[in-house]
Design a protein around this ligand. Structure first.
Ligand code: KIV
Ligand code: ZN
Length: 497
């Protein structure tokens, strides 16, 4: 078996999704979950980009023990100096530097030429080498870079000391066979290529990120750059869970990772919950429907023999269909255990608080599922928000106009307003906008009730646009109008500071 290194960039490329930013405490929680999952490298941030990113790299470096902590830079000395400083507490550290190598980048972004870019690439690696042994170099837009020039750059940076060379398909343009050929070309034509690890970094603009990554691996790449749930800019990055399970299902490839696949589900839920980024229901491996058989023929086949229609056992990814359902009679210990299975470790007062909320919910709802438990764990975050929902009263029905009155607490001060609207959610949001007078438009609005019972907690995801940026908001409540308003407020809290 050949070993494939998993480089997780959920906290860097993944976190670049507008509205999905995490604070340092949340990033540490994700980094620890990634460590338990078994990733080899955690790209913790882009330290020069903001003090928040810098601080997150510092704190993750302190919190994580064995994965390598990586910091991104441009091929610029100042960026590299700052990254080295941010990494000072990391037990194993890597600087990830690079520059655009396609004609689009060389001419239009840098107004430069191939020779000059090559010199800058080598200088960046040499500068990073002054601080760390492990230096990764990325050839941005390698997907659209001429292979002969790409090989020159790869050869030069390896000679300068790069330990890993990343070949990003930055725009998600390549076809799987083209990307595979590119990697093969480098493996065949770069002198000294075996002195470094070649890495894939594929974006999903045409839905081919996973296929391209696998094609790269089949042609010699031994590191893959991935994110949990495939999150990332635009259509996202290659998803970690897909690569891990492809290799587990296709043993004939003779390539293995050290991912503990049974931790996939909990890590996926943690990232989705903290980032307010819903996982699409039909997402491979971690989507709600990934193991749900609804057609009669399939159900019959699975009951006779699971393998008739399932290529993976749900328990292999940590989905425990027989997990204990929590009810009003469940104790603190059961709740704590369920939370820890889902990747959230809580103790003492924090646990007491979640347990109190749990009992309130169990009064309204018979069975408490994993999604409910994660929502309860995240409630404390909502309580710390600057704008909070104080009360909401709505009258609506058939043949009457919906009317809502709302009370908000903004930094502790109370405000009230009322409005009528085209339905209860519209009325409530119009009332809210009378208090918060900002230009903002609701772009997407999804309500989910996961269980079949009418007592289920409604989960609302919203996207609200403000000043050209889209912010994600999440709300959960047994009252779906209240959940909708909570989601709207959650989104607003991200731009009203
Ligand atoms: O997609 C890309 O090219 C990147 C690099 C900065 C590594 O994310
Ligand atoms: Zn990227």
């Amino acid at each position: 078996m050949d070993r494939l290194f998993i480089f997780d960039t959920t906290l860097r490329d993944g976190e670049q999704v507008p509205g999905c930013q995490l604070n340092t405490v949340e990033k540490i929680q994700v980094a620890k979950a990634l460590e338990t999952l078994g990733v080899d490298v955690i790209e913790a941030g882009f330290p020069i980009s903001s003090p928040g990113d810098f601080n997150s790299v510092v704190e993750i470096s302190k919190a994580v023990t064995w994965p390598t902590i990586c910091a991104l830079t441009r091929g610029v000395q100042k960026d590299i100096d700052v990254a080295a400083e941010a990494l000072k507490y990391a037990k194993n550290k890597r600087i990830h530097t690079g520059i655009g190598t396609s004609e689009f980048h060389i001419k239009h972004k840098f107004n430069s030429n191939q020779d000059e870019i090559l010199e800058r690439a080598v200088a960046a690696v040499k500068h990073a080498k002054k601080y760390v042994e492990d230096v990764e170099f990325y050839c941005e837009d390698a997907g659209r870079t001429d292979n002969v020039y790409l090989a020159r750059v790869v050869e030069a940076v390896i000679k300068a000391g790069a330990t890993v060379v990343n070949i990003p398909d930055t725009t998600g343009y390549c076809l799987p066979w083209q990307y595979g050929e590119k990697i093969k070309f480098l493996m065949d034509n770069v002198k000294g290529v075996h002195n470094a690890v070649i890495s894939t970094h594929c974006h999903n603009d045409l839905g081919m990120a996973t296929a391209n990554t696998i094609s790269g691996v089949l042609n010699g790449a031994r590191q893959v750059e991935v994110t949990m749930n495939g999150i990332g800019e635009r259509a996202g990055n290659t998803s970690l869970e897909e690569i891990a399970m492809i290799l587990k299902c296709h043993k004939s490839m003779e390539i293995e990772t050290q991912i503990n696949t049974q931790k996939i589900y909990s890590t996926s839920r943690l990232v989705s919950g903290l980032m307010n980024m819903p996982v699409q229901a039909n997402k491979a491996i971690v989507g709600r429907n990934a193991f749900a058989h609804s057609s009669g023929i399939h159900q019959d086949g699975v009951l006779k023999n699971r393998e008739s229609y399932e290529i993976m056992d749900p328990t292999d990814v940590g989905i425990d269909k027989n997990s204990i359902v929590l009810t009003a009679r469940s104790g603190r210990a059961a709740l704590k255990h369920r939370l820890s299975v889902l990747g959230v470790d809580v103790e003492g007062e924090h646990l007491d608080k979640i347990y109190e909320e749990f009992l309130k919910l169990a009064d309204k709802k018979k069975d408490i599922n994993d999604d409910d438990v994660l929502v309860l764990a995240g409630k404390e975050r909502a309580e710390k928000q600057r704008i909070q929902l104080d009360f909401l009263q709505v009258t609506s029905g058939v043949g009457v106009k919906a009317v809502a009155s709302i009370g908000l607490k903004i930094a502790g001060e109370k405000f009230e307003a009322a409005a009528s609207g085209n339905g209860p959610v519209d009325a409530a949001i119009k009332a809210l906008k009378k208090i918060i007078d900002r230009a903002m438009t609701l772009q997407e609005f999804t309500i989910q009730a996961i269980n079949k019972g009418s007592d289920d907690v409604g989960k609302v995801h919203m996207q609200v646009e403000h000043d050209g940026i889209v912010y994600y908001g999440f709300g959960a409540n047994t009252d779906i109008v209240a959940a909708s308003v909570e989601a709207y407020i959650n989104a607003i809290n991200q731009f009203v500071k």
